[in-house]
Design a protein around this ligand. Structure first.
Ligand code: SF4
Length: 392
Protein backbone atom coordinates (compact mmCIF):
# COMPACT_ATOMS: atom_id res chain seq x y z
CA UNK A 1 0.00 0.00 0.00
CA UNK A 2 2.98 2.35 0.20
CA UNK A 3 2.87 4.46 -2.90
CA UNK A 4 3.58 8.04 -3.79
CA UNK A 5 1.14 10.39 -5.41
CA UNK A 6 0.94 14.14 -5.76
CA UNK A 7 -1.68 13.69 -3.14
CA UNK A 8 0.21 10.82 -1.53
CA UNK A 9 2.96 10.18 0.92
CA UNK A 10 5.58 7.86 2.13
CA UNK A 11 9.13 8.14 3.27
CA UNK A 12 12.19 6.02 3.52
CA UNK A 13 13.62 7.77 6.54
CA UNK A 14 14.08 5.57 9.56
CA UNK A 15 12.55 8.20 11.85
CA UNK A 16 9.70 8.92 9.54
CA UNK A 17 6.15 8.08 10.47
CA UNK A 18 4.60 4.80 9.42
CA UNK A 19 1.90 5.88 7.01
CA UNK A 20 -1.21 3.99 6.07
CA UNK A 21 -2.39 5.67 2.86
CA UNK A 22 -6.04 5.67 1.87
CA UNK A 23 -6.56 6.71 -1.73
CA UNK A 24 -9.68 8.59 -2.70
CA UNK A 25 -8.92 9.21 -6.39
CA UNK A 26 -10.50 12.56 -7.31
CA UNK A 27 -12.87 12.33 -4.34
CA UNK A 28 -14.14 15.82 -3.49
CA UNK A 29 -12.49 17.40 -6.55
CA UNK A 30 -14.53 20.24 -8.05
CA UNK A 31 -13.03 19.46 -11.48
CA UNK A 32 -10.07 17.66 -13.01
CA UNK A 33 -6.98 19.83 -12.83
CA UNK A 34 -5.22 19.79 -16.19
CA UNK A 35 -2.21 17.78 -15.01
CA UNK A 36 -3.97 15.30 -12.75
CA UNK A 37 -4.97 11.71 -13.26
CA UNK A 38 -5.10 10.14 -9.84
CA UNK A 39 -6.15 6.74 -11.17
CA UNK A 40 -2.91 6.65 -13.13
CA UNK A 41 -0.79 7.95 -10.27
CA UNK A 42 -2.18 5.79 -7.51
CA UNK A 43 -3.08 2.77 -9.58
CA UNK A 44 -6.42 2.77 -7.75
CA UNK A 45 -9.37 2.65 -10.13
CA UNK A 46 -12.32 2.87 -7.79
CA UNK A 47 -13.37 6.28 -6.55
CA UNK A 48 -14.06 6.12 -2.85
CA UNK A 49 -13.37 3.25 -0.49
CA UNK A 50 -16.16 2.32 1.89
CA UNK A 51 -15.51 2.71 5.62
CA UNK A 52 -15.69 -1.04 6.31
CA UNK A 53 -12.93 -1.67 3.78
CA UNK A 54 -10.81 0.98 5.48
CA UNK A 55 -11.24 -0.72 8.85
CA UNK A 56 -10.33 -4.14 7.45
CA UNK A 57 -7.27 -2.74 5.64
CA UNK A 58 -5.95 -0.94 8.72
CA UNK A 59 -6.45 -4.08 10.81
CA UNK A 60 -4.44 -6.17 8.39
CA UNK A 61 -1.71 -3.51 8.01
CA UNK A 62 -1.31 -3.40 11.79
CA UNK A 63 -0.63 -7.13 11.85
CA UNK A 64 2.68 -6.50 10.12
CA UNK A 65 5.70 -5.67 12.27
CA UNK A 66 5.98 -1.92 12.85
CA UNK A 67 8.80 -0.27 14.76
CA UNK A 68 7.07 0.80 18.00
CA UNK A 69 9.07 4.03 17.99
CA UNK A 70 7.47 5.18 14.75
CA UNK A 71 4.44 7.44 14.81
CA UNK A 72 1.55 5.78 13.00
CA UNK A 73 -0.50 7.90 10.67
CA UNK A 74 -3.50 7.38 8.43
CA UNK A 75 -3.28 9.60 5.36
CA UNK A 76 -6.05 10.41 2.87
CA UNK A 77 -4.46 11.13 -0.49
CA UNK A 78 -5.32 11.35 -4.15
CA UNK A 79 -8.28 13.69 -3.89
CA UNK A 80 -9.64 16.79 -2.20
CA UNK A 81 -10.50 15.33 1.18
CA UNK A 82 -12.06 18.42 2.73
CA UNK A 83 -14.20 18.80 -0.40
CA UNK A 84 -15.98 15.53 0.31
CA UNK A 85 -19.52 15.78 1.71
CA UNK A 86 -19.27 16.24 5.46
CA UNK A 87 -21.16 12.99 6.12
CA UNK A 88 -18.45 11.15 4.15
CA UNK A 89 -15.66 12.91 6.03
CA UNK A 90 -17.35 11.97 9.27
CA UNK A 91 -17.89 8.36 8.23
CA UNK A 92 -14.18 7.97 7.43
CA UNK A 93 -12.87 9.63 10.54
CA UNK A 94 -15.42 7.86 12.76
CA UNK A 95 -14.12 4.44 11.78
CA UNK A 96 -10.54 5.47 12.56
CA UNK A 97 -11.50 6.72 16.04
CA UNK A 98 -11.33 3.27 17.71
CA UNK A 99 -7.79 2.78 16.38
CA UNK A 100 -6.81 6.13 17.86
CA UNK A 101 -8.43 5.29 21.17
CA UNK A 102 -6.47 2.05 21.37
CA UNK A 103 -3.25 3.92 20.56
CA UNK A 104 -2.80 1.98 17.32
CA UNK A 105 -3.03 5.10 15.15
CA UNK A 106 -1.60 8.35 16.40
CA UNK A 107 -2.35 10.92 13.73
CA UNK A 108 -4.51 11.55 10.66
CA UNK A 109 -3.58 13.67 7.67
CA UNK A 110 -5.14 14.57 4.36
CA UNK A 111 -4.41 16.55 1.25
CA UNK A 112 -6.84 19.12 0.00
CA UNK A 113 -7.21 22.20 -2.20
CA UNK A 114 -6.62 25.60 -0.61
CA UNK A 115 -10.02 26.88 -1.76
CA UNK A 116 -11.78 24.05 0.06
CA UNK A 117 -10.45 24.89 3.49
CA UNK A 118 -13.09 26.46 5.69
CA UNK A 119 -13.43 26.81 9.47
CA UNK A 120 -16.54 24.61 9.70
CA UNK A 121 -15.05 21.59 7.90
CA UNK A 122 -11.82 21.99 9.81
CA UNK A 123 -13.77 22.07 13.04
CA UNK A 124 -15.37 18.75 12.10
CA UNK A 125 -12.16 17.10 10.88
CA UNK A 126 -10.04 18.41 13.75
CA UNK A 127 -12.61 17.24 16.29
CA UNK A 128 -12.38 13.73 14.81
CA UNK A 129 -8.61 13.50 14.93
CA UNK A 130 -7.27 15.23 11.82
CA UNK A 131 -3.93 16.74 12.76
CA UNK A 132 -2.19 17.59 9.49
CA UNK A 133 -3.45 19.09 6.23
CA UNK A 134 -1.41 19.22 3.06
CA UNK A 135 -2.41 21.94 0.66
CA UNK A 136 -2.08 21.47 -3.08
CA UNK A 137 -0.59 24.90 -3.63
CA UNK A 138 1.24 24.02 -6.87
CA UNK A 139 2.45 27.58 -7.54
CA UNK A 140 2.57 30.88 -5.73
CA UNK A 141 1.97 32.75 -9.00
CA UNK A 142 -1.58 33.60 -9.98
CA UNK A 143 -0.66 33.63 -13.69
CA UNK A 144 0.63 30.04 -13.48
CA UNK A 145 -2.42 28.90 -11.54
CA UNK A 146 -4.65 30.58 -14.09
CA UNK A 147 -2.81 29.12 -17.09
CA UNK A 148 -3.14 25.73 -15.39
CA UNK A 149 -6.90 26.20 -14.92
CA UNK A 150 -6.41 25.46 -11.29
CA UNK A 151 -9.45 27.38 -10.17
CA UNK A 152 -7.88 29.20 -7.22
CA UNK A 153 -5.26 31.83 -6.66
CA UNK A 154 -2.49 32.61 -4.21
CA UNK A 155 -4.88 34.49 -1.95
CA UNK A 156 -6.83 31.28 -1.30
CA UNK A 157 -3.61 29.56 -0.29
CA UNK A 158 -2.74 32.33 2.15
CA UNK A 159 -6.23 32.24 3.63
CA UNK A 160 -6.15 28.46 3.94
CA UNK A 161 -2.81 28.47 5.77
CA UNK A 162 -4.09 31.13 8.19
CA UNK A 163 -7.24 29.11 8.81
CA UNK A 164 -5.30 25.89 9.41
CA UNK A 165 -2.97 27.65 11.81
CA UNK A 166 -5.91 29.07 13.69
CA UNK A 167 -7.23 25.54 14.18
CA UNK A 168 -3.85 24.31 15.34
CA UNK A 169 -3.22 22.01 12.36
CA UNK A 170 0.19 21.13 11.00
CA UNK A 171 0.46 22.49 7.47
CA UNK A 172 2.21 20.91 4.48
CA UNK A 173 2.51 22.60 1.10
CA UNK A 174 2.76 20.74 -2.19
CA UNK A 175 4.40 22.60 -5.04
CA UNK A 176 4.88 21.74 -8.71
CA UNK A 177 7.46 22.90 -11.21
CA UNK A 178 6.94 23.22 -14.95
CA UNK A 179 3.19 23.93 -15.02
CA UNK A 180 1.85 25.87 -18.01
CA UNK A 181 3.17 29.42 -17.82
CA UNK A 182 5.84 28.43 -15.32
CA UNK A 183 9.52 29.34 -15.55
CA UNK A 184 12.61 28.49 -13.53
CA UNK A 185 12.54 31.96 -11.94
CA UNK A 186 8.86 31.64 -11.06
CA UNK A 187 9.51 28.29 -9.42
CA UNK A 188 12.18 29.81 -7.21
CA UNK A 189 9.93 32.74 -6.38
CA UNK A 190 7.20 30.26 -5.49
CA UNK A 191 9.57 28.60 -3.07
CA UNK A 192 10.49 31.95 -1.49
CA UNK A 193 6.83 32.93 -1.18
CA UNK A 194 5.95 29.52 0.24
CA UNK A 195 8.65 30.00 2.89
CA UNK A 196 6.87 33.16 4.03
CA UNK A 197 3.86 30.97 4.92
CA UNK A 198 6.08 29.01 7.32
CA UNK A 199 4.78 25.52 6.47
CA UNK A 200 5.77 22.57 8.61
CA UNK A 201 6.98 20.69 5.55
CA UNK A 202 6.80 20.73 1.77
CA UNK A 203 6.72 18.33 -1.15
CA UNK A 204 7.85 19.23 -4.64
CA UNK A 205 6.80 17.49 -7.86
CA UNK A 206 7.81 18.04 -11.46
CA UNK A 207 4.84 18.39 -13.82
CA UNK A 208 4.43 15.25 -15.90
CA UNK A 209 2.17 14.81 -18.89
CA UNK A 210 -0.08 11.92 -17.90
CA UNK A 211 -2.33 10.13 -20.31
CA UNK A 212 -5.98 10.99 -19.84
CA UNK A 213 -5.37 14.61 -18.83
CA UNK A 214 -6.04 17.97 -20.44
CA UNK A 215 -2.29 18.54 -20.38
CA UNK A 216 -1.83 15.51 -22.64
CA UNK A 217 -4.26 17.05 -25.13
CA UNK A 218 -2.33 20.33 -25.04
CA UNK A 219 0.99 18.53 -25.37
CA UNK A 220 -0.16 16.60 -28.42
CA UNK A 221 -1.42 19.79 -30.05
CA UNK A 222 1.88 21.59 -29.33
CA UNK A 223 0.31 23.88 -26.77
CA UNK A 224 2.47 22.71 -23.85
CA UNK A 225 6.14 21.93 -23.58
CA UNK A 226 7.31 20.12 -20.45
CA UNK A 227 10.46 21.02 -18.56
CA UNK A 228 13.52 18.99 -19.44
CA UNK A 229 14.73 16.53 -16.83
CA UNK A 230 17.95 18.53 -16.37
CA UNK A 231 16.04 21.77 -15.77
CA UNK A 232 13.60 20.10 -13.42
CA UNK A 233 16.41 18.56 -11.37
CA UNK A 234 18.38 21.79 -11.05
CA UNK A 235 15.25 23.87 -10.36
CA UNK A 236 14.00 21.53 -7.67
CA UNK A 237 17.51 21.33 -6.19
CA UNK A 238 17.55 25.12 -5.86
CA UNK A 239 14.06 25.12 -4.37
CA UNK A 240 15.04 22.51 -1.83
CA UNK A 241 17.96 24.73 -0.85
CA UNK A 242 15.57 27.63 -0.26
CA UNK A 243 13.48 25.54 2.11
CA UNK A 244 16.38 23.94 3.93
CA UNK A 245 18.05 27.32 4.45
CA UNK A 246 14.84 28.39 6.14
CA UNK A 247 14.58 25.31 8.31
CA UNK A 248 11.61 23.81 6.44
CA UNK A 249 11.84 20.06 5.75
CA UNK A 250 11.28 18.80 2.24
CA UNK A 251 9.73 15.41 2.81
CA UNK A 252 9.29 14.32 -0.77
CA UNK A 253 10.63 15.23 -4.17
CA UNK A 254 9.18 13.62 -7.30
CA UNK A 255 6.56 10.95 -7.74
CA UNK A 256 7.29 7.47 -6.56
CA UNK A 257 7.79 5.11 -9.44
CA UNK A 258 5.07 2.60 -10.06
CA UNK A 259 4.03 0.09 -12.70
CA UNK A 260 1.02 2.21 -13.59
CA UNK A 261 3.07 5.35 -14.12
CA UNK A 262 5.72 3.56 -16.13
CA UNK A 263 3.26 1.67 -18.32
CA UNK A 264 2.71 2.84 -21.88
CA UNK A 265 -0.58 4.40 -20.76
CA UNK A 266 1.08 6.25 -17.90
CA UNK A 267 3.48 9.08 -18.59
CA UNK A 268 3.31 10.63 -22.03
CA UNK A 269 6.10 13.19 -21.54
CA UNK A 270 7.86 15.25 -18.93
CA UNK A 271 10.81 15.09 -16.52
CA UNK A 272 10.17 11.67 -15.03
CA UNK A 273 12.93 9.61 -13.49
CA UNK A 274 12.34 6.70 -11.11
CA UNK A 275 14.99 8.13 -8.77
CA UNK A 276 14.20 11.82 -9.23
CA UNK A 277 14.81 12.59 -5.56
CA UNK A 278 18.25 11.03 -5.72
CA UNK A 279 19.10 13.08 -8.82
CA UNK A 280 18.08 16.21 -6.95
CA UNK A 281 20.19 15.31 -3.93
CA UNK A 282 23.15 14.51 -6.15
CA UNK A 283 22.78 17.83 -7.93
CA UNK A 284 22.66 19.66 -4.62
CA UNK A 285 25.87 18.05 -3.46
CA UNK A 286 27.57 18.94 -6.70
CA UNK A 287 26.36 22.55 -6.60
CA UNK A 288 27.51 23.03 -3.04
CA UNK A 289 30.96 21.60 -3.72
CA UNK A 290 31.27 23.83 -6.80
CA UNK A 291 30.25 26.94 -4.83
CA UNK A 292 32.69 26.04 -2.07
CA UNK A 293 35.59 25.45 -4.47
CA UNK A 294 34.83 28.62 -6.39
CA UNK A 295 34.40 30.76 -3.29
CA UNK A 296 37.71 29.64 -1.81
CA UNK A 297 39.55 29.64 -5.14
CA UNK A 298 40.64 26.18 -4.10
CA UNK A 299 43.46 24.89 -6.30
CA UNK A 300 44.85 21.36 -6.18
CA UNK A 301 45.49 18.62 -8.68
CA UNK A 302 44.33 15.78 -6.50
CA UNK A 303 41.54 15.89 -3.96
CA UNK A 304 39.50 13.68 -1.74
CA UNK A 305 36.01 14.66 -0.75
CA UNK A 306 35.00 13.33 2.65
CA UNK A 307 31.37 12.72 3.40
CA UNK A 308 29.36 10.62 5.77
CA UNK A 309 29.49 7.00 4.54
CA UNK A 310 25.76 7.11 3.82
CA UNK A 311 26.20 10.10 1.52
CA UNK A 312 28.88 8.64 -0.74
CA UNK A 313 26.45 7.79 -3.59
CA UNK A 314 25.03 11.33 -3.49
CA UNK A 315 28.51 12.78 -3.73
CA UNK A 316 29.72 10.51 -6.52
CA UNK A 317 26.64 11.06 -8.64
CA UNK A 318 25.00 8.62 -10.97
CA UNK A 319 27.79 6.44 -12.40
CA UNK A 320 30.40 8.89 -11.03
CA UNK A 321 28.96 11.71 -13.08
CA UNK A 322 29.71 14.34 -10.41
CA UNK A 323 33.33 13.25 -10.16
CA UNK A 324 33.74 13.48 -13.93
CA UNK A 325 32.11 16.91 -13.90
CA UNK A 326 34.40 18.21 -11.16
CA UNK A 327 37.52 16.73 -12.79
CA UNK A 328 36.72 18.46 -16.04
CA UNK A 329 35.80 21.79 -14.49
CA UNK A 330 38.80 22.04 -12.14
CA UNK A 331 41.36 19.95 -14.05
CA UNK A 332 41.74 17.52 -11.15
CA UNK A 333 44.09 14.69 -12.07
CA UNK A 334 42.65 12.64 -9.27
CA UNK A 335 39.42 12.93 -7.35
CA UNK A 336 37.85 10.46 -4.98
CA UNK A 337 35.13 10.29 -2.36
CA UNK A 338 35.74 8.67 1.00
CA UNK A 339 33.40 7.88 3.82
CA UNK A 340 34.10 9.60 7.11
CA UNK A 341 31.96 8.57 10.06
CA UNK A 342 32.95 11.74 11.91
CA UNK A 343 30.96 13.79 9.46
CA UNK A 344 27.30 14.24 9.96
CA UNK A 345 24.64 13.74 7.40
CA UNK A 346 24.83 16.30 4.62
CA UNK A 347 28.28 17.60 5.46
CA UNK A 348 31.48 17.40 3.45
CA UNK A 349 35.10 18.33 3.68
CA UNK A 350 37.58 18.64 0.84
CA UNK A 351 41.17 17.57 1.27
CA UNK A 352 44.08 18.16 -1.06
CA UNK A 353 46.18 15.02 -1.45
CA UNK A 354 48.92 16.49 -3.63
CA UNK A 355 52.21 14.80 -2.95
CA UNK A 356 54.50 17.30 -4.58
CA UNK A 357 52.78 20.42 -3.60
CA UNK A 358 54.97 23.16 -2.22
CA UNK A 359 52.13 23.75 0.16
CA UNK A 360 52.64 20.27 1.65
CA UNK A 361 48.97 19.79 2.04
CA UNK A 362 49.05 16.03 1.92
CA UNK A 363 47.18 14.34 4.70
CA UNK A 364 45.88 17.50 6.24
CA UNK A 365 42.51 18.98 6.16
CA UNK A 366 43.10 21.77 3.76
CA UNK A 367 40.52 24.13 5.00
CA UNK A 368 37.34 23.10 6.56
CA UNK A 369 34.82 24.65 4.26
CA UNK A 370 32.31 26.66 6.13
CA UNK A 371 29.15 28.42 5.35
CA UNK A 372 26.35 30.30 7.01
CA UNK A 373 28.24 30.61 10.28
CA UNK A 374 28.63 26.90 10.81
CA UNK A 375 31.40 25.58 12.97
CA UNK A 376 34.43 25.13 10.68
CA UNK A 377 35.33 21.99 12.54
CA UNK A 378 32.12 20.43 11.39
CA UNK A 379 32.54 21.14 7.71
CA UNK A 380 30.00 22.39 5.31
CA UNK A 381 26.44 21.26 5.65
CA UNK A 382 25.39 20.67 2.13
CA UNK A 383 22.03 19.08 1.89
CA UNK A 384 18.43 18.82 2.87
CA UNK A 385 18.35 16.99 6.09
CA UNK A 386 15.38 15.35 4.54
CA UNK A 387 14.61 11.97 3.32
CA UNK A 388 12.75 12.06 0.17
CA UNK A 389 9.58 10.52 0.65
CA UNK A 390 3.23 12.73 -0.81
CA UNK A 391 -1.91 17.52 -4.36
CA UNK A 392 -4.76 18.39 -4.27
S1 SF4 B 1 -4.83 18.03 -8.33
FE1 SF4 B 1 -6.03 17.62 -6.48
S2 SF4 B 1 -7.92 18.85 -6.78
FE2 SF4 B 1 -6.94 18.69 -8.82
S3 SF4 B 1 -7.93 16.90 -9.77
FE3 SF4 B 1 -6.04 16.19 -8.74
S4 SF4 B 1 -6.68 15.51 -6.73
FE4 SF4 B 1 -8.33 16.77 -7.55
Amino acid sequence: MRRETPCGSSTDCRNSPWIFPIFIPHGGCPHRCIFCNQHRISGVQRMLPDPDTIVASIHSALLRPIDPKRTREVAFFGGNFLGLPRRVIRSYLDVIAPFRERGQIHRIRCSTRPDTVCPETLELAGGLGMTTVELGVQSMHDAVLEASLRGHGVRETQRAVACLREKGMAVGLQLMVGLPGDTVDKCLESAEKAVSLRPDFVRIYPTLVLEGTELAVRYRSGGYRPMSLADAVSTVANMVDVFIRNGIPVIRVGLQSSKELESKDGILAGPYHPAFGHLVETRRYRDRVVSALDALEFRASAIQIHVSPRDIPKMRGDRNETLRFLSKRYWFASISVVGDAALGKDQFLIESIERKSSRRLSGEWVRPIVSDGDDPAKGFPCSTGSSFTGSS
